[in-house]
Design a protein around this ligand. Sequence first.
Ligand SMILES: Cc1cc2nc3c(=O)[nH]c(=O)nc-3n(C[C@H](O)[C@H](O)[C@H](O)COP(=O)(O)O)c2cc1C
Length: 153
Amino acid sequence: MIKLLFVSHCPSENTRILRDSAVDSICKMELVNLELRTQAPELTTAADIEWCNGIVLGTTENFGYMAGLTKDFFERIYYPCLELTQGLPIVLYIRAGEDGTGTKISIERILAGLRWKLIADPLILKGNWDTKFPDQVSELAMTIAAGLDAGIY
Ligand SMILES: Cc1cc2nc3c(=O)[nH]c(=O)nc-3n(C[C@H](O)[C@H](O)[C@H](O)COP(=O)(O)O)c2cc1C
């Protein structure tokens, strides 16, 4: 089985819509070899990272940086995973009220340290809520799901 881990910080209705629509889209692909695990960052451990073959990571931007619970996630898994998960494919989406840059830069720096592989440009969903946002996150999530399933990543 190919294992995809969906880690998303969802403090609002909109961010839950992003997660749910992406999870829905992956399920509709009916990839029989793909196992999907969806959970909040505060419940995600180094063992979950070692279990998976790829990650979808979603966070909000708060105070110009990733959400505190997303940062806590990286702080807990960084050293336990450092030697064991190099090359892990990941996609990232950021929901930001108006910016998102600080979150993107800081997460990219951590991913470089971990040697994880961003397989698509991070998606920043900024400004007023746009009904296109869920489709954009779904497309990103389906990209990694399809790639893992096809053995590309
Ligand atoms: C305490 C707090 C700090 C925030 N700081 C930022 C920020 O620095 N930059 C930004 O673009 N959005 C910021 N936001 C907005 C959040 O990113 C936004 O509320 C979140 O992504 C949820 O989006 P939604 O309103 O579509 O549910 C902040 C929100 C909160 C609650």
